[in-house]
Design a protein around this ligand. Structure first.
Ligand code: SF4
Length: 341
């Protein structure tokens, strides 16, 4: 997609979606730039109306990041988005009834070298709307739907595909994607649908996305969370970095949970450390620990660690004590050491 390759050994790509009307070009461009700055490498925009694809064409010209058009129900919107310069369109063929229409989309995408994500969504499969459908049947129905569409594209000689089957359910998402990966070599986009507010969505998303990634499944990821999309990217980055799949250019902060041994206000100290660390563009690990009983040992793999003592603190570099400072001087000393890294 554009200058981004996905699949095989390519890095996992974080994507997100704009959350303002696509016709509001200025706000869309700003949101895309903020997402790119946060670490998203693909951004999707909804294009429900003709005015949206017209705006999409203008937005494509103003941002560097490849854009995906999210199309539902309309053959015309898909064709317009492809012509407008979409690097990929997300299509749920289940809600486009005309076979001829799908063929026209495929032919145009082929001509423009636009990728297509076949996004099967359980809400669009009528038989799945019944509450009493057994779990195994649910996965089978989604897979059958996916197979039907993939055949449609392959028969027309189109293989620039990405597959996705999302659900709001963690275990179902894992199971379906495991089976898709068994059956196909196409890149897979993974994530949960409508998983909640950021604080509620991060754990289910981390479980579903993280489990799949540890099995080598998933080429692009999206954390769906209500609210500011930059939060989605931050959670996605955290998931990837926890699995060693993302190296942040900003310092990583580790803070001990605190306990009765803490001799310093760990939370207050961590807040101050976070503030100074955010000014640095270095992929280093900084630890804030409450005591020297366990702190130095547990922070041994940190580039820098501050361990609390009584009204003072100790600074360690790569597990070795390098300075002692009063509580009021700790931050200044740490900042100086950060410069040296
Ligand atoms: S580092 Fe010290 S204060 Fe923090 S949790 Fe461990 S033992 Fe408790």
């Amino acid at each position: 997609m554009g200058d981004i390759k996905i699949g095989s050994s390519q890095p996992i790509v974080i994507q997100s979606m704009t959350k303002v009307a696509t016709t509001d070009i200025e706000r869309c461009v700003n949101q895309i730039k903020a997402l790119a700055k946060a670490g998203a490498r693909l951004v999707r925009l909804a294009v429900p109306r003709r005015a949206d694809t017209a705006a999409f064409a203008k937005i494509v010209q103003r941002v560097k990041i490849p854009l995906i058009a999210d199309v539902h129900f309309s053959v015309e919107r898909a064709l317009e988005a492809i012509e407008a310069g979409a690097a990929k369109i997300r299509l749920n063929p289940g809600n486009i009834k005309s076979r001829d229409g799908i063929n026209r989309i495929i032919d145009s995408a082929k001509m423009h070298k636009t990728a297509i994500r076949i996004g099967v969504n359980e809400a669009s499969i009528r038989d799945l709307r019944k509450a009493d459908v057994k779990e195994t049947k649910r996965a089978a129905l989604i897979l059958t739907e996916m197979k039907k569409y993939v055949r449609l594209f392959e028969k027309r000689g189109f293989e620039q595909l990405v597959l996705s089957a999302k659900s709001r359910d963690c275990l179902r998402t894992i199971e379906i994607n495991r089976r898709i990966a068994e059956d196909y070599d196409y890149p897979i986009h993974i994530g949960l649908t409508h998983s909640g507010l950021p604080q509620d969505s991060q754990i289910p998303s981390a479980i579903a996305i993280g489990t799949l990634l540890t099995k080598g499944i998933g080429d692009t990821i999206r954390v769906s969370a209500a609210g500011d999309p930059v939060k989605e990217v931050e959670i996605a980055k955290k998931i990837l970095s926890s699995l060693g799949l993302y190296k942040d250019s900003k310092p990583e902060l580790i803070v001990c949970p605190t306990c009765g041994r803490a001799e310093i206000d760990v939370i207050k100290l961590a807040g101050k450390v976070k503030k100074i660390a955010s000014r640095f563009n270095k992929p280093v690990r900084i630890a804030v620990m409450g005591c020297i009983v366990n702190g130095p040992g547990e922070a041994a793999d940190a580039d820098l660690a501050v361990c609390g003592g009584k009204e003072k603190g100790y600074i360690y570099r790569h597990g070795r004590k390098i300075a002692t400072a009063s509580e009021s001087d700790l931050i200044a000393v740490l900042e100086k050491e950060l410069h040296k890294l």
